[in-house]
Design a protein around this ligand. Structure first.
Ligand code: PLP
Length: 431
């Protein structure tokens, strides 16, 4: 943004009182002079404080699956406000929403609502430890599970670092918790078998993104996924699918239904309440019942199942149950991705576009789907990636220079055509 712009003025003032001028570390973006300051959003479009309108491909990191300000969601939140904002109380709406999740999500026999994804991954591994009476958790390189001390290893190590070494993503965690984590390469059955042969009696849980959207949409090979399920079952290890991001991308049953593999526990978030702050975890009753008040795993909080978010969740679950919801969203995303592949090829840009359901990733520098983080990062053309995202923003397509993008149910066919048109110009520029 130009000096003298509204964004620039806000950023100057914000830098005096907010750390780095932002409210969250990831909202500062080194590709741009200022953070993106949104003024308002409706459906598929966002307007910034300088009056520029963008077609949205960011969709609030995937939370805005219905688009921005969906009338059904707004009405549901208004109901919660009118009822008196029943914070820290039980409401029938929470039990109705949980009942709907139990019906549609394969692993969900019992549900507990939470706020952020980070606290949710924290809660599931705590529960898995209590259930198994073991301490060590296995995660995969490139998989992101929030800013959770126990799991903040090797999600995005720089090229040349990471496995076989442990890469710590943040300062501030006690050094001795490292003994409780094992990081393995994704899609490597041999590495998992070897670890379990030696250490199965210590392993409480294997946690994974069922599709690794946070590192470019890397899919599990079917044989790897089958081995993960069989080995965890064999050794009494809790298999956790972190579906904070992958949930509600392929259908109501989330990625576990799409892949045909049922974990013991899963997390849900982002789309779950259509942009309101709500996450959840769910799974086998035998494990979930270790939570308080039935069991001895403490879990509670003032804002858990906050009624504004719960009402939004309930309305979201009704909206995605409409018969035409999934065919419309998935066909439109397929059309966008087919169009993107076509213009990428026409402009001669080396870029692999990965897609699973309603989320996709641009992998500039790759000419095939990577099978793990290392392959992805080694092929990544960071300079071209950065230029593309700068050019997309200048062309009025709101993206994030991260790994995953998507459209919402509010995007129309005309929006898809317009996005293709604008991004074609960007690809031409960077070719
Ligand atoms: C797979 C996964 N787990 C956990 C999180 C953390 O969620 P939150 O940002 O709500 O803390 C994210 C966020 O991107 C995620 O993608």
């Amino acid at each position: 943004m130009q000096t003298g712009s509204v964004s620039h003025r806000i950023f100057t003032a914000a830098s005096q009182c907010l750390v780095g001028g932002v409210t969250a570390g990831a909202r500062a973006n080194s590709l741009f002079a200022t953070p993106f300051y949104a003024a308002r959003a409706a459906g598929s479009r966002i307007t910034d404080v300088d009056g520029n309108e963008y077609l949205d491909l960011h969709t609030s990191f995937g939370a805005a699956l219905l688009g921005h300000g969906h009338p059904r969601i707004v009405a549901a939140i208004q109901d919660a406000l009118a009822a008196g904002i029943l914070c820290a109380m039980e409401t029938e709406t929470a039990s109705i929403a949980a009942g709907k999740l139990v019906k549609i999500i394969p692993c969900a026999e019992k549900v507990r609502f939470t706020g952020t994804g980070t606290e949710t991954t924290y809660a599931v591994i705590k529960l898995a430890r209590a259930f198994t009476k073991r301490d060590v958790v296995i995660k995969f390189e490139g998989h992101f599970h929030g800013f959770n001390d126990y799991l903040q290893y090797n999600f995005w190590p720089p090229r040349g670092q990471g496995l076989p070494a442990l890469y710590v993503e943040s300062q501030g965690a006690p050094a001795d918790i490292e003994k409780n984590i094992v990081v393995l390469p994704f899609n490597d059955t041999g590495a998992l078998e070897k670890t379990l042969r030696a250490r199965h009696a210590e392993i409480a849980a294997v946690i994974m993104e069922p599709v690794n959207f946070n590192s470019g949409g890397i899919r599990p090979r079917p044989d790897f996924l089958a081995a993960v399920r069989a080995l965890t079952k064999q050794h009494g290890i809790v298999l956790i699918f972190d579906e904070i991001l992958s949930g509600f991308r392929t259908g109501p049953g989330c990625m576990q239904a799409h892949l045909g593999v049922t974990p013991d526990l899963c997390t849900l978030g982002k789309a779950l309440a259509a942009g309101m702050p709500l996450s959840a975890f769910a799974g086998r009753a035998e494990i979930m019942d270790h939570l308080s008040p039935l069991g001895k795993v403490s879990h509670s909080g003032t804002y858990l199942a906050h009624p504004t978010a719960i009402h939004a969740c309930n309305a979201f679950l009704d909206e995605i149950a409409r018969p035409d919801f999934w065919p419309d969203l998935l066909q439109r995303t397929d059309r966008l991705c087919a169009g993107l592949r076509q213009i990428i090829a026409q402009r001669g840009v080396k870029c692999w576009l990965s897609q699973t359901g309603a989320r996709f990733c641009f992998l500039f520098g790759a000419d095939r789907e990577p099978t793990n983080y290392r392959e992805m990062v080694d092929s990544r053309d960071s300079a071209r990636t950065g230029k593309f995202f700068q050019s997309a923003m200048a062309a009025g397509v709101f993206t994030w220079a991260g790994y995953h993008h998507g459209i919402s149910a509010a995007h129309t066919d005309a929006d898809v055509d317009e996005i293709l048109n604008r991004l074609d110009t960007c690809l031409k520029e960077i070719a």
